[in-house]
Design a protein around this ligand. Structure first.
Ligand code: NAD
Length: 346
């Protein structure tokens, strides 16, 4: 294994970095990450109107554009050296099980973005795939075997969202094979942290659970509704690990056009996640289980053998530590909203 290369080792400070989906959670954090490293030309793009962006980073060119239109993709990548394409219509299980058409339509963003990036002659192109691309038949038991990269085929991905990701991965692989565009493909496993969606229907389990605990404490109604029986298992990756992983994967030549897991391998059940949030909040709640709610696959974990082998690194922030930071941020958002102030939500 050679020394890992990162953007700071490869790019000049004034090389143009384009980040899409930057009004959202992960790409917003990525924008801040590159900005904080001293990159002076960053173009952030999202279809959300600017006041609705989760983070607006000073000194960054921020554009509101719909990237399902090819002409906008051409404009977005103009002059770019690297493109990080994270724009997608997505949310937690409540969203992706209900709005499959919206999820599938993200194929428009991904087909247009990669073509525009190729034509603009960008040096590297990053695509954010998902663990939902994996074969669902391997995820029917809470005591799952962790998913390794080869488990995506034979394909039986999550309907809608997962199939779209799988197809867009293939574009990345074929643009490299036929047209020599250097692509990077990371399969994210549940990302959480401050500046993520925490309310409104698109939020994921860690944020939703923190919000419910905070709400229960505030209202004095010491109850919580949990989706499913709470025995579903998942691993959760803290946002700081995610952005660092994106940087490393993007700049590793051994990973060109090669899908790789980017996730934590610390498996926990939703019930344990609730207990952790209760501990952080210093409260104990009566649990009610909604067995009709969307619950996703029974279990899912990230097999990190490959990333450890290639990068000698894996996302390591313990859930207890990351959840405490996330809880504190959501609590501040919750009370800001109550006081009528601007908050991060869809
Ligand atoms: P997010 O919803 O916070 O951010 C996505 C952003 O894309 C949104 O701000 C949205 O407005 C924007 N967008 C949607 N359609 C667009 C369009 N047509 N043109 C321009 N912008 C558009 O989601 P996120 O959690 O930050 O996810 C980022 C990427 O990572 C997505 O590709 C997602 O599928 C992938 N991913 C996320 C997770 C996770 O746990 N958060 C897990 C696996 C994969």
């Amino acid at each position: 294994m050679s020394e890992n290369r990162m953007a700071k080792d490869v790019l000049k400070k004034d090389d143009l970095i384009v980040i899409t989906g930057a009004g959202g959670f992960i790409a917003g954090a990525l924008t801040r990450y590159f900005h904080d490293q001293g990159f002076t030309r960053i173009r952030a793009v999202d279809k959300k109107p600017l006041p609705k962006w989760y983070q607006r980073v000073e000194g960054v060119e921020s554009l509101c554009m719909d990237l399902s239109e090819y002409a906008n993709c051409v404009r977005a990548v103009e002059g770019a050296v690297e493109v990080y394409n994270l724009a997608a219509d997505m949310g937690g299980m409540g969203f992706i099980e209900r709005f499959r058409v919206e999820c599938l339509r993200s194929i428009l963003i991904n087909t247009h973005m990669i073509e525009a990036a190729y034509r603009a002659g960008v040096e590297r192109y990053f695509f954010s795939s998902s663990a939902c691309a994996y074969n669902v038949t391997l995820q029917q038991d809470p005591n799952v075997r962790a998913l390794k990269e080869s488990d995506a085929y034979p394909a039986m991905a999550e309907r809608g969202y997962g199939w779209e990701k799988l197809m867009s991965e293939m574009f990345c692989q074929e643009y490299w094979a036929e047209r020599q565009l250097k692509t990077a493909i990371a399969r994210f496993h549940n990302v959480y942290g401050p500046f993520g969606t925490w309310d409104g229907g698109r939020e994921k389990a860690p944020a939703a659970i923190c919000r419910k605990v905070i709400e229960a404490k505030d209202t004095g109604k010491h109850e919580i509704v949990i989706w499913g029986d709470g025995n579903q298992t998942r691993s959760f990756m803290y946002i700081d690990d995610c952005v660092k992983g994106i940087d490393m994967i993007m700049h590793c030549d051994a990973l060109i056009a090669t899908p790789i897991n980017l996730g934590s391998s610390e498996l926990i059940s939703i019930n344990t996640l609730v207990s952790l949030a209760e501990e952080i909040g210093g409260v104990k709640l009566e649990r009610h289980y909604d067995l009709n709610a969307p619950r996703g696959v029974a279990g899912r974990n990230s097999d990190n053998t490959f990333i450890l082998q290639v990068l000698g690194w894996e996302p390591k922030t313990p859930i207890r530590e990351g959840l405490a930071k996330t809880y504190a941020w959501i609590e501040q958002q919750y009370f800001a909203r109550k006081a009528g102030k601007h908050t991060v939500r869809d």
